[in-house]
Design a protein around this ligand. Structure first.
Ligand code: NIG
Ligand code: FE
Length: 426
């Protein structure tokens, strides 16, 4: 049995630390250039945490007497943090490729939703699906995300709406979380849509009086671990008042507030989130100037979802304005049956081209700031001593190729590593 350390990554052309001074997020000027070491090596210990990063010759001298379970020659290659996907809906049954065709022919998201399609269609199929079937398709999706470089992902429930199916989804998420290898932040999204035959107020009452107490009970028995609470705050879905009641009740249980706001209509969701101390608010295509200012002050991160605006041909969220005002900007794939994208490199590319973010801004948004959106930036999102050894190795001498080569991540990503263990090798 080899002792010493778990992994030595030797002599990389670039080690992209992203940040190097324990920052919990990057905003404003800190995004102009990221912390990058040239000609560097990195050591992960047997506990899965990073022990050393530095110039290759210095690491070689320091660790010359030590042993490693695995060593990888990274000459000519780049090491980056594992990507963090801050917003996904990955547990569901029922493909919606037919709706893609309808949208291409001109139907809007809300037209399909109100005609009983969209989320409602997925809810019907997910209620009928067995737990095993949901788990299998979820695992395959996680595999695809992982091969595209994701090592930490936020996963929502929300295609059950009733307690029984919401719990089925959360059990599926819990099983994957325990099994690994990629990290999961679990979100209860029972307020994803108003179930048929109920008003938003009635649905909110049901969630507050029945769903949340059950989650608390299962949490205290250690059966299901939920990190975040989510609501789809939107005209014709959950109004501001119902959203407030649900989010506050979730917060009272100790959940982090992380919700959908200001997507299709201006709702003052950003203002509400900032007031409630939301860790993250997603979408924000229709956010107001006041909402942006409030989020910057409250340090509520903005999780921008370039695939949604692209897919639905919506106006883009005002990423530049948010960045200029000091909002903590993160990215997510929003993987769901409406926006079928599992790849954070493609998400970063879209963020750069369509939302006018720079490549350093996009990478920070998909690493340290996405980790912040999940309340995990003390352990994830950058390559620093003491952080979890989650990283990717790309076959290129400059890290920007991961964003530049649109759809090229399958060729570029040679290794994906979680807690210092190789979980994917091309
Ligand atoms: O983030 N906007 C609400 N929820 C999802 C879409 C879910 C669905 O259409 O199934 C989103 O885009
Ligand atoms: Fe979403």
């Amino acid at each position: 049995m080899a002792g010493g350390h778990r992994l030595l990554l030797e002599n990389a052309q670039q080690v992209v630390m992203v940040c190097a001074r324990g920052e919990r997020f990057l905003a404003r000027d800190a995004l102009h250039s990221l912390a990058v070491l040239e000609g560097a090596s990195l050591v992960v210990g047997t506990d899965g945490f990073i022990k050393a990063i530095g110039r290759a010759d210095a690491i070689q001298t320091l660790f010359s007497e030590e042993t490693f379970e695995e060593r990888i020659d990274c000459s000519g290659k780049c090491i980056l943090p594992g990507l963090v996907d801050a917003h996904t809906h990955p547990v569901w049954a029922g493909e919606r490729v037919h709706e893609f065709a309808m949208k291409l022919a001109g139907a809007t998201y809300m037209e399909i939703h109100q005609a009983g399609g969209g989320i409602n269609f997925t809810v019907e199929h997910t209620r009928q699906a067995s737990e095993e079937e949901l788990f299998c398709s979820f695992q395959q999706r996680l595999q695809c995300m992982m091969r595209a470089g994701t090592t930490l992902v936020e996963c929502k429930s929300g295609y059950g709406l009733n307690l029984e199916t919401e719990l089925k989804m959360l059990r599926v998420i819990e099983r994957a979380r325990r099994q690994g290898p990629i990290g999961i932040s679990a979100t209860y999204c029972g307020a994803h849509s108003v179930p048929k035959g109920k008003t938003a107020t009635e649905a909110a009452d049901e969630i507050i009086n029945n769903h949340l107490p059950k989650l608390k009970e299962l949490g205290s028995r250690g059966e299901i671990h939920v990190d975040n609470i989510d609501v789809f705050c939107e005209k014709g879905v959950f109004d501001l008042n119902s959203t407030r009641r649900i989010l506050q009740s979730g917060k009272d249980l100790g959940l982090q507030i992380n919700f959908h706001g200001d997507e299709l209509h201006p709702m003052k969701a950003a203002e509400l989130g900032a007031e409630l101390g939301a860790q993250a608010i997603s979408h924000l295509e229709e956010v107001s100037d006041e909402g942006i200012a409030a989020m910057a002050t409250a340090r509520s991160s903005a999780v921008l979802l370039p695939t949604t605006a692209y897919m639905l041909r919506l106006k883009q969220p005002r990423a530049r304005k948010m960045l200029d005002e000091g909002v903590i900007v993160a990215l997510g794939s929003d993987f769901n049956p409406n926006a079928y994208c599992l790849s954070m490199p493609m998400v970063m590319h879209l963020a750069c081209v369509n939302m006018r973010m720079s490549m350093p801004e996009a990478l920070a948004a998909a690493t340290i700031n996405a980790a912040y959106a999940l309340g995990k930036s003390h352990t994830h999102g950058s390559l620093e001593v003491g952080k979890q050894g989650d990283l990717i190795i790309i076959n290129s001498s400059r890290w920007e190729h991961l964003i530049y080569q649109f759809g090229g991540h399958h060729e570029l990503i040679e290794y994906v590593i979680a807690k210092g263990k190789v979980i994917y090798k091309k």
